[in-house]
Write a protein that binds this ligand. Structure first.
Ligand code: FES
Length: 172
């Protein structure tokens, strides 16, 4: 009787210890659930995409209208000056000139575009105004360079209304 009870206890102990050493069964469903959790919340929390520095390209038109008639060189100089002192919140910007954006009556035109890692740089130079990260500002004055840097590049808030505006009527 005592032996049987002892044997029953030892069976119970063995099953308890087997349960403790159980290896979890990995199924396709559990893998999918874990992956979904990591992509939905984990990646964003861990990497904090908003904090990743962004790269921008600023192109000032130097075409016949923007350049010769409206002196876009002054706008280019203003951006050059402001880029040296303006806090871009960790983002980077390069400044250049572009031959003509084809919006000559709306100058001075300035393109600000986010350079995304997966973009084809040759295509960008052929069609700089194409793509979701491109904003072509019209009728830009030199004293507006700082606002574009602070709002668009530092704060990530493009000045959409400036992409629709028309130059002032010429004085009679
Ligand atoms: S001259 Fe500036 S857009 Fe054509």
């Amino acid at each position: 009787m005592g032996d049987r009870r002892a044997r029953r206890l030892s069976l119970a102990d063995r099953s308890r210890s087997a349960a403790a050493n159980t290896i979890p069964v990995v199924t396709a469903a559990s893998v999918a659930t874990t992956a979904m959790r990591s992509t939905a919340a984990g990646y964003h929390d861990v990497l904090n995409w908003d904090a990743v520095p962004k790269k921008y390209q600023i192109l000032v038109c130097r075409g016949p209208d923007c350049g010769d008639r409206l002196h876009s060189v002054d706008v280019h100089s203003a951006f050059d000056r402001e880029l040296k002192v303006c806090n871009l919140a960790g983002n980077e910007a390069t400044l250049g000139l572009y031959s003509c954006f084809g919006r000559c009556k709306k100058g001075v035109n300035v393109l600000v575009r986010e350079v995304r890692p997966n973009e084809n740089t040759r295509m960008i130079m052929l069609m700089p105004t194409a793509g979701p990260g491109a904003f072509l500002y019209h009728a830009v004055k030199p004293d507006e360079a700082r606002r574009i840097l602070e709002d668009h590049i530092a704060a990530g808030r493009p000045l959409v209304e400036w992409t629709r505006r028309l130059p002032p009527e010429p004085a009679p």
